[in-house]
Write a protein of this length. Structure first.
Length: 319
């Protein structure tokens, strides 16, 4: 009988330990949900108008208010050291893009895929700003609120206002892109500070056999390709606009994407066994250079002055 009594004691003790573990896990889960709920309330910003971004996924349909989308898009597109004034300029640019597409489609509901701009939401945004970067979240929120409703227009129409990381030393002229694309409001402006950036110039070395194999894929041919017979057309800022071989053409941006180059501002040199590609800048080179914008902000210029510098023919209006 004594042995049975000891077994009962052990059983009761085990149940108590199990109950304590369950209560601990329940408490931990509730605590995580509480703090995540508070964070969600903090980042959920709704604007007075009715713009809504629709995001479809395996988890279902998600409706994201415009200002919440802007917050997530700024988190993705801006460097971590972006100044408050650059954040405001970026808020205006991203809002302008949404306004432009809304006018073109005639709808306040826009597909996430149509916007072509990644945006963090929910836990992804929480993870990015839950640590040392928590203060930057407030900077982004303030930027959105202080530019509320502001967009860029050219001849009273919302524009395509591009941005990128680092120029070749000046931005590109929109009139030089191609015969089919024409952006008269995109003027070339000097960005001399960009040339001092750490990753301004980069060299990519490719084995010659690999290089010519990639070219055959790009031009969809099995013929041997001679580098000297390839024509690289450039614009006034030094960016390659077209690559031409044997009557076949490909845009400079498509060429650089297929070769994973940081920029379409490049030159190609050939040695006995290798190909050397030297690039300048990072990104497409159109619109606002985030690097120069940050320098301008550090020198005391506000977001309006920054936007007027990069988009001199455009107006900033409150919609």
């Amino acid at each position: 009988m004594g042995r049975v009594h000891r077994n009962r004691k052990r059983t009761v003790s085990g149940r108590k330990k199990l109950s304590a573990a369950v209560l601990f896990m329940l408490g931990l889960t509730l605590m995580v949900l509480y703090f995540y709920g508070k964070f969600s309330q903090q980042v959920r910003i709704r604007e007075e108008n009715h713009f809504t971004i629709i995001k479809e996924s395996l988890a279902g349909r998600e409706e994201i208010p415009l200002e919440e989308y802007l917050l997530g898009a700024m988190a993705v597109s801006l460097p971590e050291d972006a100044s408050p004034e650059v954040c405001k300029a970026q808020a205006v640019i991203l809002r302008t893009h949404v306004e432009k597409l809304a006018k073109e489609t005639g709808s306040f509901y826009l597909s996430y895929e149509v916007l072509c701009q990644e945006s963090l939401t929910g836990m992804s945004l929480y993870d990015k700003y839950s640590g040392e970067n928590a203060n930057q979240l407030e900077v982004l929120q303030t930027a959105i609120q202080e530019t509320k409703g502001e967009i860029l227009v050219y001849e009273e129409i919302p524009v395509e206002a591009p941005f990128f990381s680092l120029s070749s030393g000046k931005t590109r002229n929109g009139n030089e892109l191609s015969e089919t694309e024409n952006y008269p409001y995109l003027q070339s402006v000097a960005c001399e500070e960009d040339t001092f950036a750490e990753n301004y110039s980069q060299e990519i070395v490719i084995n010659k056999k690999v290089w010519y194999g990639r070219l055959q894929g790009i031009f969809d041919t099995k013929e041997e390709i001679d580098l000297e017979k390839i024509q690289f057309k450039q614009d006034s800022a030094g960016y390659v606009t077209e690559v031409i071989w044997s009557g076949k053409k490909i845009s400079g941006e498509s060429f650089r994407e297929q070769l994973a180059l940081p920029s379409a501002c490049f030159v190609v040199e050939e040695s006995e066994n290798q190909i050397f590609i030297v690039t300048k800048g990072i990104g497409h080179g159109l619109g606002m250079s985030l690097y120069t914008a940050n320098v301008m902000a550090a020198q005391g210029e506000d977001y309006r002055e920054i936007l007027r510098y990069f988009f001199p023919l455009c107006e900033i209006v409150k919609n």
